[in-house]
Design a protein around this ligand. Sequence first.
Ligand SMILES: [Zn+2]
Length: 94
Amino acid sequence: MGTRHTRAYTDLREQLRDWWARTNAPCWLCGQPIDYDAPAHDPAALDLDHAKPIETHPHLALDSSNCRPSHCRCNRSRGSRAPRPEMGMVTEDW
Ligand SMILES: [Zn+2]
């Protein structure tokens, strides 16, 4: 527990934020540009996401190759799980 609040994690996040802002990295979930000047909890602001969720891959929390830039809103709607299968999407019988 608490991986997100360690000093190492904060440092890594700052480094990546710096790098992504400089290279103007887009959101890896929706492909749209991220507003790197937006306030921290703005839906369009940067949120550090993990390609493999920390919950299932805690050892990758501090692995920069597992980190991806995402929008606050995209990361939040994705949650910590992999995208769940959309049960209602298959509508063949109508
Ligand atoms: Zn996005």
